[in-house]
Design a protein around this ligand. Structure first.
Ligand SMILES: [Zn+2]
Length: 426
């Protein structure tokens, strides 16, 4: 069986990515869940793409699958915690869930399997997200998008023939989510240089060592899925999404919490992330194009706690950013004196950090071209954002997580507003 090795010590034990992998599911189930009956969870589309064929294959292997749990093809199943609970309570006795679908179905089944502590097998139908192999599921819980902690799949069996049938925009979204790791890596380099979040070389390597090969050609679905799966493993091993997510994902989270739709449809995670990647890249380029002298000369004066609090409350006034988002935002506050100390630390690493970030980004124009030619959006209007909402999102993204990124570097250096203004002068 063409198994691909996975890092030791994570929840995922078997990973198969092959031109014709569906027939291998039965052996995987027999090995990992002997005596359990497979229970396929699919929707109308993924049933046609793989579920039906997989059921036949399981029957041929004498595994007698339980009747499948079918979600409708339209409207698309919503990633909702209540639905995951429903799936958990519908799970037949002595069965093992097999999620046949893309990100939403996988997240629903991951959560349901987590509730029932059964483990599950993931059969992806689109190379659309990096979340297949991570611990945790992105679901709305009572109206708020959250990452619900739950174990990653024990087995992932990806069939290239099935992945090829995915709609083009889903494959593009996955490519965008993968290409994002270039700028996410640069954000981690920044956090590492300022001693905010040290890089763990063994985790870094899981995502970054082969990244340029994985994103070389967006049509190479095997390479793209390989990269997406690897980033999930890195997150499992790091117990945090840092290896796969920097400021580009924070933009995506802000727009998600604001319920962004375009032409009446929810914008996919990968499309929000790809626009977020371009914004992040522009901010990182601003850093690269600013000399240390210019940074020192043009730094804005630090603000008082009261001034900052007023800015933060104004940015959060829509009220859709979770429970007390101002808490996290204000925890980042540095007094004017602390700001000046931090600026000294930033200036001390400035030139060296520019070198490291430039090396990580490689050919920046080529990266943009690759994202664009994969079919991903690269401008805010392509995902239905107005200029005002877009700019508001950039300021807000810096506040919602305590993960240090280019946004914090520019904010603390007193250059954030100038960097954003510069973005519109091109
Ligand atoms: Zn992502």
């Amino acid at each position: 069986m063409p198994r691909i090795s996975v890092p030791a010590g994570i929840n995922t034990k078997i990973f198969i990515l092959d031109d014709n992998a569906l027939p291998m599911v039965s052996d995987v189930l027999k090995e990992l869940w002997p005596g359990k009956t497979p229970w396929i969870v699919a929707d109308g589309n993924t049933w046609e793409a793989a579920g039906k064929q997989l059921t036949l294959l399981l029957e041929q292997a004498a595994l007698s699958p339980c009747p499948p749990y079918m979600l409708p093809a339209a409207p698309k199943p919503h990633p909702d915690y209540a639905l995951a609970q429903k799936i958990a309570s519908a799970m037949p006795e002595n069965s093992v869930p097999v999620a046949v679908g893309s990100g939403v179905i996988n997240d629903l089944v991951k959560t349901a399997a987590g509730i029932n502590k059964t483990g599950y097998c993931c059969v992806p139908t689109a190379p659309s997200v990096d979340g297949y192999t991570s611990n945790g599921a992105a679901l709305s819980v009572e109206g708020f998008k959250k990452t619900v902690p739950c174990p990653a799949p024990v087995a992932v069996v990806a069939d290239k023939g099935v992945l090829l049938t995915a709609p083009a925009e889903m494959a593009a979204a996955g490519y965008g989510d993968l290409a994002a790791k270039v700028v996410a890596g640069a954000d981690w380099i920044i956090a590492d240089a300022l001693k905010q979040d040290p890089i763990r070389p063994e985790i870094w390597a899981i995502v970054q060592k082969d990244l340029q090969d994985w994103i070389f050609d967006h049509k190479d679905l095997k390479a793209v899925f390989m990269g997406l799966a690897a980033t999930g493993y890195a997150m499992q091993q790091h117990h945090d999404s840092r290896p796969a997510s920097g400021s580009e994902h924070m933009f995506s989270h802000v727009w998600e919490m604001e319920g962004l739709t375009h032409n009446g449809e929810e914008v996919s995670h990968g499309f929000k992330v790809s626009v977020g990647t371009i914004v992040t890249l522009k901010l990182q380029q601003f850093f690269l194009n600013t000399s240390l002298e210019k940074a020192q000369q043009t730094a804005a004066a630090p603000v008082s706690f009261e001034e900052r609090k007023a800015e933060v409350l104004e940015l959060f006034k829509k009220g859709c950013y979770g429970d007390h988002p101002e808490k996290c935002a204000l925890e980042k506050f540095l007094s004017p004196e602390e700001t000046l100390v931090r600026r000294k630390e930033i200036y001390a690493v400035w030139n060296d950090l520019q070198k490291k970030v430039r090396e990580q980004l490689k050919d920046q124009q080529l990266l943009v071209e690759k994202i664009r030619s994969s079919g991903c959006p690269v401008t805010f209007s392509e995902i239905g954002l107005s200029k005002e909402q877009f700019i508001h999102g950039i300021f807000t993204a810096q506040l919602i997580r305590n993960r240090y990124t280019i946004l914090d570097l520019l904010y603390e250096a007193g250059l954030f507003k100038t960097a954003i203004e510069t973005m519109f002068q091109d």
